[in-house]
Design a protein. Structure first.
Length: 210
């Protein structure tokens, strides 16, 4: 498999530190197909993102301002993305025995000034989102535009890393362990956020819509 060295690096990073940040990791042709698709989507295919079961829109707006569109395999870029993330899933399951079972992901569009305040993607014991994958669809992104993803340790305020949302950068981390936030940029910022879940059909709760 062509991606084997990359997937091995990601698995090693997750094993040793729980997170992985790899630049230019997404295959270039896949990144540009996705970048093209997200910009060609009609405005009404995006909707304001929520925060879990939170229905209070005013409160949500204090936390996150991005708009999202879920990805399926009805376009070739979407299908290729799901195939690629499926290969990563298989690789990580073989190497780390995480038992990743399903994957869901959305495009996110942050307009100038939009942000997503510090949050966790999953809560301990809730057993839904196990591993987060984020990638960026912004060609020629410059550091001074802002829009960094800031990753924090489980405890403490000193960031582990600032990640500019540069085309093809891939970020993977354990969803329950790393608080993170998206800083505002001075222009449009496009990303994909996705989550691998373990099979939690034994639980009775309805999955959060975010
Ligand atoms: C998310 C998220 C990060 C990013 O959607 O949960 O943290 O950089 N996104 O877009
Ligand atoms: Mn997140």
């Amino acid at each position: 498999m062509a991606e084997q060295p990359l997937f091995e690096q990601i698995a090693n990073d997750i094993y040793s530190q729980g997170y992985s940040v790899r630049e230019a990791a997404l295959p270039a042709s896949l990144a540009s197909a996705l970048a093209e698709q997200v910009r060609s989507l009609p405005d009404d295919s995006f909707s304001r993102a929520g925060i879990g079961r939170q229905q209070d829109h005013l409160k949500t707006e204090q936390v996150r301002r991005d708009e999202i569109c879920w990805i399926d395999d009805s376009t070739s870029a979407g299908a290729d993305w799901l195939e690629w993330t499926g290969e990563l899933q298989n690789y990580i399951n073989r190497r780390l025995f995480l038992g990743l079972f399903s994957f869901e992901s959305h495009f996110a569009h942050y307009r100038a000034g939009d942000f997503y305040k510090t949050h966790l993607d999953a809560f301990r014991g809730q057993q839904n989102r196990v591993l987060t994958v984020v990638t960026y669809l912004n060609p020629d992104w410059q550091r001074e535009y802002g829009g960094d993803l800031v990753i924090y340790p489980e405890q403490g305020d000193a960031p582990l890393m600032h990640v500019p949302p540069a085309m093809g950068t891939l970020v993977v981390f354990l969803s329950e362990e790393f608080p993170h936030e998206v800083l505002p940029a001075d222009r449009d910022r496009y990303s994909i956020a996705g989550w691998y879940r373990i099979n939690s059909s034994a639980g009775s709760s309805v999955d959060p819509e975010s």
